[in-house]
Design a protein around this ligand. Structure first.
Ligand code: FPP
Ligand code: MG
Ligand code: MG
Length: 436
């Protein structure tokens, strides 16, 4: 039986690791440029949900409860993460040695600070560390890497979505400009990649690298022709020459379900079902992929058997889809103030998420509005009314419950009973009640 205190606070099991997470990430991110450091560190200053690292850490803790004889992969990888090398060396003239001594003119001009000291791997394992039951150093680092990748994607996402707030304050693009937000995201991604490779596990490198590619592919699937149009508007208002229009996706089935016979006519039901498949696949790529692949990576590092590794992967996948369904629901139901980021944004951005697709199933006349990305006056309002009338939000919640149930079944199949598993169950359930 799980102690009540634990059920109320699943984090307590991994609080030590969660407390050092931000500090370790800052060490992994340090550059020689103070402004770059400010932008990359910006989203870590405000309290995020940190769902991804928490999942990796709790799952690692729960995996450690599997008896060592049942972990028939080659070995449990409990070696330390190798220390990171000096990332880059600026020329001697830029190095700041002593306030009174060699300060170069460029140092003053650009405010270049001394390089960060060597970034160390996680603190050495304590003497009494239980090598079979503790969270492994590489799993700790994995949690940090996943949060870095997620943060990089948020910096880019806020540029793409023209968002002006995140975590209750100005978003990175607003606080520092689009250019800096994009570059800081790229830098974070670069540093995360260094750290992944230093886990010295080719399978994990492949998984996490793939999840980065998946994030971009998911975002691209979501663009359809909205971004092309908004970019065109931007350049049209400026002095740049307007590029030729890109080929437009005339309906969501285009390019998705192959083979599509040219000129074939589909019933509305088939078009809507296909749009739903497209939406779920996009959701997997943009949100669930990073979560599921990091869960899989945590299991691989623990030396778990293939079936356990697969269940952990499916757990992350189902939980990730559930998470994004709730996100898409909250966009319709919660105020911007409570969310700490823009609300009602998806329709404004021309994106049809689950609540709209459910309404479309009932009211086929929404098709053209979805197709033109709600771009005509009144489209957004009419769609929002249809979502309310046909209970799109309620139906989305029911779908999220289905994914939650699958995720819980995966957990029970993968892991023996333990406090950590109960904490994971608690976390999985709490995704449905979250309000931000
Ligand atoms: C938030 O979605 C955004 C994502 C889950 C992924 C964003 C991915 C990219 C921008 C691709 C680039 C990726 C990297 C790794 C640099 P949302 O806009 O629905 O949620 P929000 O309401 O929190 O903004
Ligand atoms: Mg966004
Ligand atoms: Mg987005």
């Amino acid at each position: 039986v799980t102690p009540k205190v634990l059920l109320n606070n699943p984090v307590s099991l991994v609080s030590k690791e969660m407390n050092t997470l931000a500090k370790n990430i800052v060490a992994l991110m340090g550059s020689g440029h103070p402004t770059l450091n400010r932008v990359t560190g910006y989203y870590f200053e405000a309290e995020g949900k940190k769902v991804r690292p928490m999942l990796v850490l709790l799952l690692s803790r729960a995996l450690a409860e599997i008896p060592i004889e049942e972990r028939n992969r080659i070995t449990v990888d409990n070696t330390d993460v190798p220390e990171d090398p000096v990332y880059s060396k600026p020329p001697q003239s830029l190095l700041f040695q002593h306030p009174a001594k060699s300060i170069s003119p460029l140092h003053i001009l650009h405010g270049i600070k001394p390089l960060n000291p060597l970034t160390k791997g996680p603190e050495p394992l304590p003497e009494d560390f239980d090598r079979e039951r503790g969270i492994l150093p590489k799993q700790r680092r994995l949690a940090e890497i996943v949060e870095m990748i997620h943060t990089a994607s948020l910096l880019h996402d806020d540029v793409i979505d023209h968002s002006d707030t995140r975590r209750g304050r100005a978003s990175g693009n607003v606080a520092f400009t689009n250019k800096m937000a994009v570059l800081a995201g790229d830098f974070l991604l670069g540093r995360a990649t260094v750290s992944i490779s230093r886990l010295r596990n080719p399978e994990v490198v492949e998984l996490i690298s793939n999840s980065i590619a998946n994030l971009v592919e998911g975002e691209f699937m979501q663009l359809k022709n909205t971004a092309v149009d908004s970019d065109l508007t931007t350049v049209a208002n400026g002095t740049q020459k307007i590029p030729p229009p890109s080929p437009k996706l005339t309906n969501p089935t285009h390019d998705y379900r192959v083979p599509v016979e040219r000129g074939a006519v589909f019933s509305q039901e088939i078009v809507i079902d296909t749009a739903f498949d497209y939406y779920l696949h996009k959701t997997y790529l943009k949100t669930a992929s990073l979560i599921s692949k990091s869960c899989r990576a945590a299991a691989i590092l623990s030396g778990a058997q293939e079936t356990v590794v697969d269940e952990c992967y499916n757990f992350g996948k189902n939980l990730g889809i559930c998470f994004q369904l709730v996100d898409d629901m909250l966009d319709f139901t919660i105020s911007a103030k409570e969310l700490g980021k823009p609300a009602g944004a998806d329709l404004q951005l021309g994106i049809a998420t689950a609540p709209v697709l459910y309404a479309w199933k009932e009211d086929h006349s929404l098709g053209p509005l979805i197709q033109r990305n709600f771009s005509l006056p009144g489209d957004v309002e009419r769609t929002a009314e249809a979502v309310a009338k046909y209970e799109g939000v309620k139906k989305t919640r029911e779908l999220a419950y289905e994914y939650r149930d699958r995720a819980l079944a995966n957990l029970r199949a993968a892991l023996p009973e333990s406090d950590a598993r109960s904490a994971l169950e608690f976390l999985t359930n709490s995704i449905l009640t979250r309000r931000k």
